[in-house]
Write a protein that binds this ligand. Structure first.
Ligand SMILES: [Zn+2]
Length: 106
């Protein structure tokens, strides 16, 4: 018997995670626009505040990482508008942090 269950779970978390599909739903697209409209198409990051009329350049960001939690994922109170530039730099910082925390979440 190979103890490969762990490995499989590891792989699934990255590419085959079920919540990845949630981003492709009409429900998400609608929610995303709703959040942009609520935030008046303005980046919520303190110090930025850029107003972006082109929604392709806006990101609907989860304030608290949902990590597959459906309730957090769909909660508009947990969603904020970020411009792409801010989102990419925040994301990068988060990934750096998660490198240090790897192993803690499970
Ligand atoms: Zn911004």
């Amino acid at each position: 018997m190979q103890p490969d269950g762990e490995q499989q779970r590891e792989r699934q978390r990255d590419t085959g995670a079920p919540w990845r599909k949630w981003y492709k739903t009409a429900r998400w697209r609608g929610l995303r626009l709703q959040v942009f409209a609520r935030d008046l198409f303005q980046c919520r990051l303190p110090g930025c505040g850029r107003i972006e009329g082109n929604t392709a350049r806006l990101v609907c960001d989860h304030i608290k990482p949902h990590r597959g939690n459906e309730r957090l994922f769909w909660d508009t109170a947990n969603l904020q508008t970020l411009c792409k530039t801010c989102h990419d730099s925040v994301k990068q910082a988060e990934e750096q942090a998660s490198l240090h925390q790897r192993g803690v979440w499970d």
